[in-house]
Design a protein around this ligand. Structure first.
Ligand SMILES: NC(=O)c1ccc[n+]([C@@H]2O[C@H](COP(=O)([O-])OP(=O)(O)OC[C@H]3O[C@@H](n4cnc5c(N)ncnc54)[C@H](OP(=O)(O)O)[C@@H]3O)[C@@H](O)[C@H]2O)c1
Length: 282
């Protein structure tokens, strides 16, 4: 389901997702699905997409009022959702969240909450907290959640879906050090754990998303005119992970971009450095 507002290039880059709604409902009827980062953007759209499947949704985020609006909208669409307020970057809050979550019988975890930071390392010399908070929300928080839920997921032959980014598999980009390193850390951790989890009967999927039109990319002016997927389309890709249970869901062009990153990664670094040098001297 591509967005009707897509440009020609966006239609090419992000072709329709053929989501089998009947199969989705069959898989989810009576199941409990945890969605982190469900108050805005992609997570919010996943909640709406799952509203009519008969699944019970457990929604996690920090913004209580907005999360309750999402819960009410899910109910208006005929679904059931429950809200859990927690900052995944704060260890104590994740521990308290887990005390509540462990009372439920969770079948599917959609690890979607995330925070991006775009900042030069030169603007970060006194901002070590950028690293700790990115690692908190994008790596340690999700890893702590997943670790604690593994026994329950094993019992339920469950499924963990990690909402990752194409960038973690491509040549690194300047200004994105804190965000990309933390997303890469969890992506790697999850892929290392995947064979063990699969051997124990827990399905794992890494969903590699391209640029998606959400509030996350809004502050970056350079993205205004770049091709980007709609949040609804990204949500459909995540729902497709539930029906197909594939290890990896990614845009068709990602292998080409990965190959280009290997072949031209050095050139890309040199071009980026000389561009930044020129920009500094202007
Ligand atoms: N947008 C893109 O271009 C893009 C591309 C590739 C991958 N992704 C990934 O997609 C996921 C969703 O991003 P999005 O684009 O939908 O961004 P978004 O609209 O900003 O939504 C992010 C969600 O994560 C929650 N969140 C952020 N920090 C949190 C924290 N410390 N504790 C708990 N929840 C937190 C937010 O809720 P609260 O603020 O209420 O806590 C919100 O619900 C992220 O993992 C992101 O890395 C996005």
């Amino acid at each position: 389901m591509p967005s009707s507002k897509y440009t020609f290039i966006e239609h090419l880059l992000f072709p329709s997702t053929s989501l089998n709604e009947r199969k989705l409902s069959e898989k989810l009827k009576g199941k409990t699905v945890l969605i982190t980062g469900a108050s805005y953007g992609i997570g919010e759209q996943v909640a709406y997409r799952l509203a009519q499947t008969g699944a019970r949704l457990l929604l996690v985020a920090r913004t209580e009022e907005k999360l309750k609006e999402v819960r009410d909208e899910v109910a208006r669409r005929g679904g059931e959702a429950h809200v859990f307020i927690a900052d995944l970057a704060k260890e104590e809050q994740v521990k308290a969240l887990l005390v509540q979550l462990l009372q439920w019988d969770i079948d599917i975890v959609i690890s979607n909450a995330g925070k991006s930071i775009r900042r030069s390392v030169y603007e970060s010399l006194d901002r070590f907290h950028d690293l700790t908070r990115s690692m908190g929300v994008n790596y340690f928080g999700p890893a702590r959640l997943v670790l604690a839920l593994i026994p329950m997921l094993e019992k339920n032959k469950g499924h963990i879906i990690n909402v990752s980014a194409v960038n973690v598999l491509l040549a690194p980009a300047p200004y994105w050090a804190a965000y990309q390193s933390s997303k890469t850390a969890f992506d790697q951790w999850f892929r290392c754990a995947a064979p063990e989890l699969r051997a124990a009967g827990i399905c794992t999927t890494s969903v590699y998303l391209p640029l998606v039109k959400t509030r996350m990319i809004a502050p970056t002016a350079a993205y205004n005119n770049m091709p980007a997927m709609s949040a609804e389309h990204a949500a459909a890709q995540i729902c497709m992970a539930i029906t197909t249970r594939k290890r990896k869901i990614a845009p068709w062009w990602l292998p080409v971009a990965e190959l280009a990153s290997v072949l031209f990664g050095g050139l890309w670094q040199r071009i980026a450095s000389s561009y930044l040098k020129k920009k500094k001297t202007v």
